[in-house]
Design a protein around this ligand. Structure first.
Ligand code: NAP
Length: 289
Protein backbone atom coordinates (compact mmCIF):
# COMPACT_ATOMS: atom_id res chain seq x y z
CA UNK A 1 0.00 0.00 0.00
CA UNK A 2 1.18 3.50 -0.74
CA UNK A 3 0.64 6.91 0.82
CA UNK A 4 -0.28 10.27 -0.72
CA UNK A 5 0.93 13.55 0.77
CA UNK A 6 -1.93 16.03 1.06
CA UNK A 7 -1.66 19.80 0.44
CA UNK A 8 -1.08 20.44 4.16
CA UNK A 9 1.77 17.90 4.34
CA UNK A 10 -0.02 15.05 6.10
CA UNK A 11 0.14 11.50 4.73
CA UNK A 12 -3.02 9.68 3.64
CA UNK A 13 -3.19 5.96 2.77
CA UNK A 14 -4.06 5.54 -0.91
CA UNK A 15 -6.47 2.74 -0.09
CA UNK A 16 -9.10 2.63 2.61
CA UNK A 17 -12.25 0.86 3.67
CA UNK A 18 -15.77 2.31 3.25
CA UNK A 19 -18.77 1.49 5.45
CA UNK A 20 -21.68 3.10 3.55
CA UNK A 21 -24.95 1.19 4.09
CA UNK A 22 -23.42 -1.11 6.70
CA UNK A 23 -26.19 -0.27 9.14
CA UNK A 24 -26.04 -3.33 11.37
CA UNK A 25 -23.66 -2.33 14.18
CA UNK A 26 -22.17 -5.78 14.76
CA UNK A 27 -21.60 -6.30 11.04
CA UNK A 28 -20.00 -2.88 10.76
CA UNK A 29 -17.69 -3.49 13.71
CA UNK A 30 -16.69 -6.95 12.42
CA UNK A 31 -16.08 -5.65 8.88
CA UNK A 32 -13.87 -2.80 10.11
CA UNK A 33 -11.89 -5.24 12.26
CA UNK A 34 -11.53 -7.60 9.27
CA UNK A 35 -10.30 -4.64 7.20
CA UNK A 36 -7.73 -3.58 9.81
CA UNK A 37 -6.54 -7.19 10.09
CA UNK A 38 -6.19 -7.29 6.28
CA UNK A 39 -3.96 -4.20 6.40
CA UNK A 40 -6.31 -1.25 5.74
CA UNK A 41 -5.53 1.81 7.85
CA UNK A 42 -7.99 4.33 6.37
CA UNK A 43 -11.63 3.92 7.43
CA UNK A 44 -14.30 6.04 5.72
CA UNK A 45 -17.60 6.69 7.51
CA UNK A 46 -20.03 9.62 7.72
CA UNK A 47 -22.45 11.06 10.25
CA UNK A 48 -25.26 10.15 7.83
CA UNK A 49 -24.26 6.45 7.74
CA UNK A 50 -25.26 6.32 11.45
CA UNK A 51 -22.47 3.85 12.17
CA UNK A 52 -19.76 6.14 13.56
CA UNK A 53 -20.26 4.49 16.99
CA UNK A 54 -19.66 0.98 15.57
CA UNK A 55 -16.56 2.21 13.71
CA UNK A 56 -15.32 3.72 16.99
CA UNK A 57 -15.84 0.41 18.81
CA UNK A 58 -13.86 -1.43 16.14
CA UNK A 59 -11.02 1.10 16.39
CA UNK A 60 -10.82 0.71 20.18
CA UNK A 61 -10.86 -3.08 19.87
CA UNK A 62 -8.18 -3.07 17.14
CA UNK A 63 -5.90 -0.89 19.27
CA UNK A 64 -6.57 -3.00 22.40
CA UNK A 65 -5.71 -6.17 20.42
CA UNK A 66 -2.46 -4.56 19.28
CA UNK A 67 -3.42 -4.69 15.58
CA UNK A 68 -2.43 -1.05 15.10
CA UNK A 69 -1.94 2.22 16.94
CA UNK A 70 -4.25 5.22 16.72
CA UNK A 71 -1.47 7.13 14.93
CA UNK A 72 -1.34 4.49 12.19
CA UNK A 73 -5.05 4.83 11.48
CA UNK A 74 -6.56 7.47 9.20
CA UNK A 75 -10.17 8.02 10.21
CA UNK A 76 -12.50 9.97 7.94
CA UNK A 77 -16.05 11.11 8.61
CA UNK A 78 -18.40 13.61 6.98
CA UNK A 79 -20.73 16.39 8.07
CA UNK A 80 -24.31 15.88 6.98
CA UNK A 81 -26.32 18.59 5.14
CA UNK A 82 -28.67 19.06 8.12
CA UNK A 83 -25.77 20.50 10.11
CA UNK A 84 -24.55 22.81 7.35
CA UNK A 85 -26.96 25.65 8.12
CA UNK A 86 -24.68 27.92 10.11
CA UNK A 87 -21.27 27.90 11.78
CA UNK A 88 -22.59 26.92 15.23
CA UNK A 89 -24.46 23.87 13.94
CA UNK A 90 -21.44 22.83 11.90
CA UNK A 91 -19.13 23.14 14.92
CA UNK A 92 -21.55 21.03 16.97
CA UNK A 93 -21.60 18.39 14.19
CA UNK A 94 -17.81 18.05 14.31
CA UNK A 95 -17.94 17.55 18.07
CA UNK A 96 -20.79 15.03 17.67
CA UNK A 97 -18.76 12.96 15.18
CA UNK A 98 -15.77 12.96 17.53
CA UNK A 99 -18.01 11.87 20.40
CA UNK A 100 -19.77 9.14 18.38
CA UNK A 101 -16.43 7.77 17.22
CA UNK A 102 -14.91 8.17 20.70
CA UNK A 103 -11.89 9.94 19.21
CA UNK A 104 -9.86 12.94 20.30
CA UNK A 105 -9.16 13.91 16.71
CA UNK A 106 -10.22 12.99 13.19
CA UNK A 107 -7.68 12.56 10.41
CA UNK A 108 -10.05 13.88 7.76
CA UNK A 109 -13.49 15.45 7.92
CA UNK A 110 -15.49 16.25 4.79
CA UNK A 111 -18.50 18.39 3.94
CA UNK A 112 -20.68 15.57 2.56
CA UNK A 113 -22.43 17.63 -0.12
CA UNK A 114 -22.18 21.10 -1.68
CA UNK A 115 -25.55 21.99 -0.19
CA UNK A 116 -27.06 24.52 2.25
CA UNK A 117 -24.60 27.06 3.67
CA UNK A 118 -21.35 25.23 2.95
CA UNK A 119 -19.24 28.38 3.38
CA UNK A 120 -20.35 28.85 6.99
CA UNK A 121 -19.84 25.13 7.60
CA UNK A 122 -16.34 25.45 6.16
CA UNK A 123 -15.46 28.26 8.59
CA UNK A 124 -16.31 25.86 11.44
CA UNK A 125 -14.11 23.24 9.75
CA UNK A 126 -11.22 25.71 9.49
CA UNK A 127 -11.56 26.53 13.20
CA UNK A 128 -11.63 22.86 14.19
CA UNK A 129 -8.59 22.24 11.99
CA UNK A 130 -6.67 25.10 13.64
CA UNK A 131 -7.74 23.81 17.07
CA UNK A 132 -6.24 20.38 16.24
CA UNK A 133 -9.53 18.48 16.23
CA UNK A 134 -9.11 17.51 12.55
CA UNK A 135 -5.77 16.88 10.80
CA UNK A 136 -7.11 17.63 7.30
CA UNK A 137 -10.38 19.12 6.04
CA UNK A 138 -12.03 18.39 2.74
CA UNK A 139 -15.20 18.22 0.71
CA UNK A 140 -17.26 15.61 -1.10
CA UNK A 141 -19.39 15.72 -4.24
CA UNK A 142 -18.07 19.17 -5.21
CA UNK A 143 -18.34 19.32 -9.01
CA UNK A 144 -15.66 21.33 -10.87
CA UNK A 145 -17.48 24.68 -11.07
CA UNK A 146 -18.41 24.52 -7.36
CA UNK A 147 -14.93 23.41 -6.33
CA UNK A 148 -13.35 26.21 -8.37
CA UNK A 149 -15.54 28.90 -6.80
CA UNK A 150 -14.90 27.37 -3.38
CA UNK A 151 -11.11 27.23 -3.77
CA UNK A 152 -11.07 30.81 -5.06
CA UNK A 153 -12.96 31.96 -1.94
CA UNK A 154 -11.99 30.03 1.20
CA UNK A 155 -8.97 30.65 3.44
CA UNK A 156 -7.90 27.00 3.70
CA UNK A 157 -8.35 25.03 0.49
CA UNK A 158 -9.79 21.51 0.85
CA UNK A 159 -7.19 18.75 1.09
CA UNK A 160 -9.50 16.15 -0.47
CA UNK A 161 -12.59 15.97 -2.71
CA UNK A 162 -14.38 12.62 -2.43
CA UNK A 163 -16.44 12.03 -5.58
CA UNK A 164 -17.85 9.17 -7.62
CA UNK A 165 -14.98 7.75 -9.71
CA UNK A 166 -14.98 4.38 -11.49
CA UNK A 167 -14.50 3.18 -15.09
CA UNK A 168 -18.13 4.03 -15.97
CA UNK A 169 -17.75 7.60 -14.67
CA UNK A 170 -14.11 8.57 -15.09
CA UNK A 171 -14.45 12.36 -14.55
CA UNK A 172 -11.13 13.24 -16.23
CA UNK A 173 -11.99 16.97 -16.36
CA UNK A 174 -12.87 17.01 -12.65
CA UNK A 175 -9.50 15.41 -11.86
CA UNK A 176 -7.80 18.24 -13.78
CA UNK A 177 -9.59 20.87 -11.69
CA UNK A 178 -8.60 19.08 -8.46
CA UNK A 179 -4.99 18.90 -9.64
CA UNK A 180 -5.01 22.62 -10.44
CA UNK A 181 -6.05 23.45 -6.85
CA UNK A 182 -3.92 20.78 -5.13
CA UNK A 183 -7.02 18.86 -3.98
CA UNK A 184 -6.54 15.09 -3.65
CA UNK A 185 -9.25 13.07 -5.46
CA UNK A 186 -10.81 10.19 -3.51
CA UNK A 187 -13.12 7.70 -5.23
CA UNK A 188 -16.44 6.69 -3.77
CA UNK A 189 -18.02 3.61 -5.37
CA UNK A 190 -14.60 2.65 -6.83
CA UNK A 191 -16.05 -0.79 -7.74
CA UNK A 192 -19.14 0.82 -9.23
CA UNK A 193 -21.13 0.56 -6.00
CA UNK A 194 -22.93 -2.66 -6.99
CA UNK A 195 -24.03 -1.20 -10.38
CA UNK A 196 -22.90 -1.45 -14.07
CA UNK A 197 -21.94 -5.18 -13.85
CA UNK A 198 -18.14 -4.68 -14.10
CA UNK A 199 -17.69 -8.25 -12.84
CA UNK A 200 -19.33 -9.57 -16.04
CA UNK A 201 -17.32 -7.40 -18.45
CA UNK A 202 -15.22 -9.44 -20.92
CA UNK A 203 -12.58 -6.77 -21.53
CA UNK A 204 -12.01 -6.38 -17.78
CA UNK A 205 -11.95 -10.18 -17.39
CA UNK A 206 -9.23 -10.40 -20.08
CA UNK A 207 -7.06 -7.78 -18.38
CA UNK A 208 -7.60 -9.45 -15.00
CA UNK A 209 -6.56 -12.88 -16.27
CA UNK A 210 -3.48 -11.40 -18.00
CA UNK A 211 -2.29 -10.24 -14.56
CA UNK A 212 -3.57 -13.21 -12.55
CA UNK A 213 -5.87 -10.80 -10.71
CA UNK A 214 -9.64 -10.37 -10.28
CA UNK A 215 -11.79 -7.76 -12.04
CA UNK A 216 -12.29 -5.94 -8.74
CA UNK A 217 -8.53 -5.66 -8.24
CA UNK A 218 -8.03 -4.37 -11.80
CA UNK A 219 -10.75 -1.73 -11.41
CA UNK A 220 -9.27 -0.51 -8.10
CA UNK A 221 -5.75 -0.52 -9.54
CA UNK A 222 -6.91 1.61 -12.51
CA UNK A 223 -8.00 4.41 -10.14
CA UNK A 224 -4.85 4.08 -8.01
CA UNK A 225 -2.67 4.48 -11.11
CA UNK A 226 -4.57 7.70 -11.92
CA UNK A 227 -3.42 9.00 -8.52
CA UNK A 228 -6.83 8.53 -6.87
CA UNK A 229 -7.44 7.27 -3.30
CA UNK A 230 -9.88 4.31 -3.28
CA UNK A 231 -12.19 3.19 -0.46
CA UNK A 232 -13.93 -0.04 -1.53
CA UNK A 233 -16.65 -1.43 0.74
CA UNK A 234 -17.45 -5.07 1.44
CA UNK A 235 -18.88 -6.97 4.36
CA UNK A 236 -17.24 -10.21 3.16
CA UNK A 237 -13.85 -11.02 4.67
CA UNK A 238 -12.48 -12.69 1.53
CA UNK A 239 -13.50 -9.70 -0.64
CA UNK A 240 -12.07 -7.25 1.91
CA UNK A 241 -8.74 -9.10 1.60
CA UNK A 242 -9.00 -9.38 -2.19
CA UNK A 243 -9.66 -5.66 -2.59
CA UNK A 244 -6.55 -4.80 -0.59
CA UNK A 245 -4.29 -7.04 -2.69
CA UNK A 246 -3.68 -4.52 -5.50
CA UNK A 247 -0.15 -3.35 -4.73
CA UNK A 248 1.94 -5.96 -6.56
CA UNK A 249 1.03 -5.34 -10.20
CA UNK A 250 0.72 -2.52 -12.73
CA UNK A 251 -1.61 -1.93 -15.66
CA UNK A 252 -0.06 -0.90 -18.97
CA UNK A 253 -0.93 2.45 -20.61
CA UNK A 254 -2.97 0.55 -23.19
CA UNK A 255 -4.93 -1.30 -20.47
CA UNK A 256 -5.53 2.00 -18.64
CA UNK A 257 -7.00 3.45 -21.87
CA UNK A 258 -9.16 0.38 -22.51
CA UNK A 259 -10.62 0.56 -19.01
CA UNK A 260 -11.27 4.32 -19.34
CA UNK A 261 -13.17 3.65 -22.59
CA UNK A 262 -16.06 2.27 -20.47
CA UNK A 263 -16.84 5.88 -19.43
CA UNK A 264 -20.52 6.81 -19.82
CA UNK A 265 -20.14 10.44 -18.74
CA UNK A 266 -22.94 11.90 -16.60
CA UNK A 267 -25.16 8.97 -17.74
CA UNK A 268 -22.82 6.81 -15.66
CA UNK A 269 -23.47 8.61 -12.38
CA UNK A 270 -25.18 6.69 -9.62
CA UNK A 271 -26.48 9.85 -7.95
CA UNK A 272 -27.80 12.72 -10.02
CA UNK A 273 -26.45 15.72 -8.13
CA UNK A 274 -27.95 18.15 -10.65
CA UNK A 275 -31.48 16.85 -10.03
CA UNK A 276 -33.53 19.19 -7.77
CA UNK A 277 -35.35 16.16 -6.31
CA UNK A 278 -32.03 14.76 -5.10
CA UNK A 279 -31.11 18.10 -3.51
CA UNK A 280 -34.51 18.28 -1.78
CA UNK A 281 -34.08 14.69 -0.58
CA UNK A 282 -30.75 15.64 1.02
CA UNK A 283 -31.90 18.94 2.54
CA UNK A 284 -34.95 17.13 3.95
CA UNK A 285 -33.02 14.21 5.47
CA UNK A 286 -32.62 14.49 9.24
CA UNK A 287 -30.13 12.28 11.06
CA UNK A 288 -30.82 13.77 14.50
CA UNK A 289 -33.44 15.99 16.24
N1 NAP B 1 -19.20 10.81 -0.29
C1 NAP B 1 -20.26 10.19 -0.76
O1 NAP B 1 -21.27 10.80 -1.14
C2 NAP B 1 -20.22 8.69 -0.86
C3 NAP B 1 -21.22 8.01 -1.60
C4 NAP B 1 -21.12 6.61 -1.67
C5 NAP B 1 -20.09 5.94 -1.03
N2 NAP B 1 -19.15 6.64 -0.31
C6 NAP B 1 -18.02 5.95 0.37
O2 NAP B 1 -17.35 5.14 -0.58
C7 NAP B 1 -17.32 3.78 -0.13
C8 NAP B 1 -17.34 2.83 -1.29
O3 NAP B 1 -18.48 3.06 -2.10
P1 NAP B 1 -19.71 2.03 -2.19
O4 NAP B 1 -19.82 1.29 -0.92
O5 NAP B 1 -20.92 2.79 -2.62
O6 NAP B 1 -19.34 1.10 -3.41
P2 NAP B 1 -18.13 0.11 -3.85
O7 NAP B 1 -17.11 0.00 -2.79
O8 NAP B 1 -17.73 0.54 -5.21
O9 NAP B 1 -18.90 -1.25 -4.05
C9 NAP B 1 -19.44 -1.94 -2.97
C10 NAP B 1 -20.28 -3.08 -3.58
O10 NAP B 1 -19.43 -4.01 -4.28
C11 NAP B 1 -19.49 -5.29 -3.65
N3 NAP B 1 -18.10 -5.79 -3.64
C12 NAP B 1 -17.06 -5.37 -2.88
N4 NAP B 1 -15.94 -6.02 -3.18
C13 NAP B 1 -16.24 -6.88 -4.17
C14 NAP B 1 -15.50 -7.82 -4.91
N5 NAP B 1 -14.19 -7.98 -4.67
N6 NAP B 1 -16.15 -8.57 -5.85
C15 NAP B 1 -17.46 -8.39 -6.08
N7 NAP B 1 -18.22 -7.49 -5.43
C16 NAP B 1 -17.62 -6.74 -4.48
C17 NAP B 1 -20.04 -5.06 -2.27
O11 NAP B 1 -20.78 -6.17 -1.83
P3 NAP B 1 -20.49 -6.92 -0.42
O12 NAP B 1 -20.45 -5.88 0.68
O13 NAP B 1 -21.67 -7.83 -0.32
O14 NAP B 1 -19.19 -7.64 -0.60
C18 NAP B 1 -20.98 -3.86 -2.51
O15 NAP B 1 -22.21 -4.31 -3.07
C19 NAP B 1 -18.56 3.72 0.77
O16 NAP B 1 -18.58 2.58 1.59
C20 NAP B 1 -18.46 5.03 1.50
O17 NAP B 1 -17.49 4.95 2.54
C21 NAP B 1 -19.22 7.99 -0.22
Amino acid sequence: MEYITLNNGIRMPQEGFGVFQVRDKEECKRSVLDAIRAGYRLIDTAASYTNEDAVGEAIREAIAEGLCTREELFITSKMWVQDMQNEQMAAAAIDASLKNLGLEYLDLYLLHQAMRDYFSAWRAMEKAYRAGKIRAIGVSNFYSHTLTNFCETVEIRPAVNQVELHPYYTQEAALETMKYYGVQPEAWAPLGGGRYKPFENEMLAGIASAHGKTIGQVVLRWNVQRGVVVIPKSTHKERIEENYDIWDFSLTDEEMKQISSLDMGYQGTAIKHFDPDFVRMCTGRKIHD
